[in-house]
Design a protein around this ligand. Structure first.
Ligand code: FAD
Length: 562
């Protein structure tokens, strides 16, 4: 019955999550500055990534004068970037011109291919500069006024100021990075077969090092392994035994944000595939010939010669966002802090979404305590199993991201407590014990992961807020907890987690699905194909991606260095 209860709790929370999404709407706005004088308010959107594009796709632009600024005039489907590095999918198949997206909207949106270099929230202006690559005639700088600013600038690669990384490593963040990696892999093979090299030199040329054992690093290692085994060894048979792929990870395990079962399956698979894992090691410098490593436990320093390095260790804020954070007193933060309605703290009418932002939640534990107390109607300090189940449902409706952390250890803790109560003849459950199970996850619950899923849900949410702005003034829909201080105009943003994938090569993928489900293997790879095909932003890219996969099945990957 413990299992039944947990199943019920998972299923019912899923149902409630779906319910909450359909009801959840839109966010806080400054009522005074909403369009009432008949003149359209100006909305400036910075960035055309996951957050910016999903905002634009869902915005009803008939009520706004919208301008979009981005140095890239396309949207890139980043989850398929690792596939571009080895030619499994072509770069052009995963990008959609932003003008194609906006031309489908009934109304006018202006797009400026430029970079925002300064945000001036006090004067409601942004300073933009045209891309300086190529020949540009004219001033190249312009100012845009806004009534509402949507910051969806993403983030940049974090090198942790490690010396030599910028100069000698590849990154995997943008389309250009993936294209460079693809050329570089082929270069390494071509270099390795040049006459008059020693075997050691050939080995070094064919040593591919990936720094970072997160999802991107692991997926790239798996793609590269497949490319080498399925295509390149046939073209470069003389050096096939000299190829080596190494993943360096500072933590003790790769994929450590995933379920333990996935992480250990990935480690075992890599071991079988001959991919070397150097865990517990930190890169302290990179020269043009070797990587310097420090073992975290022994402090030992070693040097690893390489042919190519891909640096994939995480992200940090872009300079323009850091500068803005300094202006508004958020200097010491990891990302721009917003409230639960995605409005930047302390800045009216400025919103931040996606990787550049972090939601600063109110005290989560306080809220959880209130829910527990409200359920304890007779003040006995205990709840029945039924009441406890209602409490869990209520908590998950307010904080769906808890589901992410109610795994393994924490879920186990709750299961153990329930078991205890069963052995005590179904005696009531001690509230304090259960509350302490939640306190473990308190700090993690405050931040959402930097993923496309979060960015795109935030974009959709904010667009709905903009679309309902007038209507919500008459019928506010905010939560009851704001009643005393004037009910809030909109429900706060609620993230719904649909799970995550980790492709591991050899047509095998691991998936972590909502409700603590883990699925690994060939069938999950087909699930991955279906999900990623369905998530494409247009039919054009969907057809291109599927035809690339088919081409790869039939003809293999293209190894020309173009
Ligand atoms: P981005 O998508 O990075 O968009 C930022 C936008 O801002 C871009 O259009 C950029 O051109 C623009 N910009 C940059 N600087 C300026 C400027 N100064 N002025 C104006 N515009 C500017 N997430 C998942 O959920 N699942 C996955 O499988 C997954 N796989 C990934 C694989 C890779 C290789 C990478 C790199 C990321 C992956 N992610 C995945 C993470 C996901 O891509 C990011 O979380 C997501 O892109 C964040 O969206 P965003 O809109 O905040 O930023």
């Amino acid at each position: 019955s413990v299992t039944k209860l947990l199943l019920l709790f998972t299923v019912s929370s899923g149902g409630l999550l779906a319910y909450s999404e359909s009801k959840s709407g839109p966010a806080a706005f400054d009522v005074e500055s909403s369009p009432s004088d008949g003149k359209k308010k100006k909305v400036v959107v910075l960035g055309t990534g996951w957050a910016g594009t999903s905002f634009l796709k869902n915005l009803d632009i008939s009520s706004y004068d919208v301008q979009v600024v981005s140095p890239r005039n396309y949207f890139a489907f980043t989850p398929l970037l690792p596939s571009v590095t080895c030619g499994t999918v072509e770069a052009r198949s995963i990008v959609e011109p932003i003008r194609n997206i906006i031309k489908k909207k009934s109304g006018e949106i202006q797009f400026w291919e430029a970079e925002c270099v300064k945000i001036d929230a006090a004067n409601k202006k942004v300073l933009c500069r045209c891309n300086d690559s190529g020949h540009f005639v004219g001033k190249g700088e312009f100012l845009l006024d806004y009534d509402y600013l949507v910051i969806a600038l993403g983030a940049e690669v974090n090198t942790f100021n490690t010396s030599g990384v910028i100069e000698h490593c590849h990154f995997l963040k943008e389309i250009e990075d993936a294209q460079k990696i693809r050329r570089s892999v082929i270069d390494c093979f071509e270099r390795a077969i040049i006459p008059n090299l020693t075997e050691e030199e050939r080995r070094t040329n064919l040593h591919f090092v990936i720094v970072g054992g997160g999802p991107t690093g692991v997926e790239f290692a798996a793609e590269l392994h497949d490319f080498v085994q399925e295509d390149l060894v046939k073209l470069y048979p003389v050096v096939q035994d000299l190829v080596k792929i190494t993943v360096i990870q500072s933590g003790d395990h790769i994929l450590n944000a995933f379920d333990e079962r996935i992480s250990s399956f990935a480690e075992q698979k890599f071991q079988r595939d001959g991919i070397e894992l150097l865990t517990g090691s930190r890169v302290v410098g990179v020269s043009n010939e070797a990587i310097t490593l420090k073992m975290k436990s022994k402090g030992e320093i070693s040097s690893v010669p390489y042919g190519m390095v891909v640096w994939s260790t995480g992200i940090r804020t872009r300079p323009v966002v850091s500068d803005f954070m300094d202006q508004i007193g958020q200097s010491n933060r990891r990302a721009l802090a917003t409230d639960e309605w995605l409005q930047v703290k302390g800045c009216n009418n400025v919103y931040a979404l996606g990787d550049c932002a972090t939601i600063n939640q109110r005290k989560v534990m306080e809220d959880i305590s209130t829910i527990f107390s409200a359920a304890d109607k007779d003040n006995s300090g205990t709840l029945t199993v039924e009441e406890f189940r209602d409490v869990i449902d209520d908590i998950l409706v307010r904080y769906p991201q808890i589901e992410l952390y109610l795994k393994s250890k924490h879920l186990q803790h709750i299961t153990d407590l329930l078991k205890d109560s069963e052995t005590n003849d179904g005696k009531d459950l001690d509230i304090e014990k259960f509350k302490s199970a939640f306190s473990h996850v308190d700090s993690q619950m405050k931040t959402l992961p930097a993923t496309a899923q979060v960015a795109s849900q935030q974009g959709t949410y904010l667009a709905r807020c903009f679309n309902h702005m007038e209507e919500s003034k008459v019928n506010p829909e905010g939560p009851l907890r704001f009643r005393e201080s004037g009910r809030h105009q909109f429900r706060p943003f609620q993230y719904k987690h649909f799970g995550q994938f980790a492709p591991l090569g050899g047509e095998q993928t691991a998936a972590e699905l909502p409700g603590d489900w883990v699925s690994i293997g060939h069938s999950t790879q087909w699930l991955w194909y279906s999900v990623y095909a369905s998530k494409q932003v247009s039919w054009r890219t969907r057809v291109l991606v599927i035809s690339d996969w088919t081409r790869r099945f039939i003809f293999g990957r293209d190894s020309s260095r173009i």
